[in-house]
Design a protein around this ligand. Sequence first.
Ligand SMILES: NC(=O)c1ccc[n+]([C@@H]2O[C@H](COP(=O)([O-])OP(=O)(O)OC[C@H]3O[C@@H](n4cnc5c(N)ncnc54)[C@H](OP(=O)(O)O)[C@@H]3O)[C@@H](O)[C@H]2O)c1
Length: 239
Amino acid sequence: MPGKFENKKIVIAGGSTGVGFATAGLLHEAGAQIIITGRSEEKLQAAKTALPGISTVSLDSNNRQELDNFFKVTGHFDHLVVCLSGGKGAGDFASLPLDDLRTGFEGKFWPQLNTFQAAIPYINKSGSVTLITAASATMKAPGTSGLAAINGSLESMLPSIAKELKPLRVNAVSPGVIDTGWWDFLAPEEKAKTFEYYKTITPLERIGQPEDVADTIHFLMGNPNITGMIIRCDGGLAL
Ligand SMILES: NC(=O)c1ccc[n+]([C@@H]2O[C@H](COP(=O)([O-])OP(=O)(O)OC[C@H]3O[C@@H](n4cnc5c(N)ncnc54)[C@H](OP(=O)(O)O)[C@@H]3O)[C@@H](O)[C@H]2O)c1
């Protein structure tokens, strides 16, 4: 019997590295036809070398014209996963440069919405959309108010959108600290120290792996009875 994702057409926006790339690998193995996007040709090429069966498209998800052209050429498809991310917006509120927060919204909130909205005419109603938000949306930790704004905005829009687009299923996965290149803005020793710290405040005492998040995305995409849901995959960080 063919599996749930056999021959399904799946677009992973921000699929060249980290969580998106792990998701591409999992779903490719499940027999799906995978198209990943990203800006850097180099990262896309590295992804294609590791997974020769997938397709890659270079585009900037902040550019609506590029997105519209991409979806027009791609045509109808079954599932959309949106893993786009910037990185700015963290820091204590009193000293947070608001331009950093604006850049944070430009790096995650707007490209995720842009991608989702441009894709709507092309996603089969029996399929799904999965956004990737973050534990910062709900963890109420000092230094994360800006990230809470970016990710919380996506999370608070999601249930209404799920009702509007029914029977298309619309969900999100909210990761905690995950070991991806997202953290490479830190020097290696600083990154290791940061991960050690997060281990001490995470109930499951571990740093998440991109495969953990990919597994949660896979579950949400495949379950026909879940919509409007945000599932945390964070080791309990946001509890
Ligand atoms: N890692 C963590 O600890 C963590 C924690 C909580 C939430 N998350 C969330 O998980 C999701 C995946 O993050 P990750 O850790 O896997 O990060 P990542 O490895 O940096 O992946 C981000 C992906 O998005 C692409 N991208 C970013 N901006 C883009 C744009 N404007 N247009 C097209 N592609 C773009 C990147 O490729 P290019 O740079 O080449 O464009 C890359 O493929 C993000 O939403 C992130 O906020 C991560």
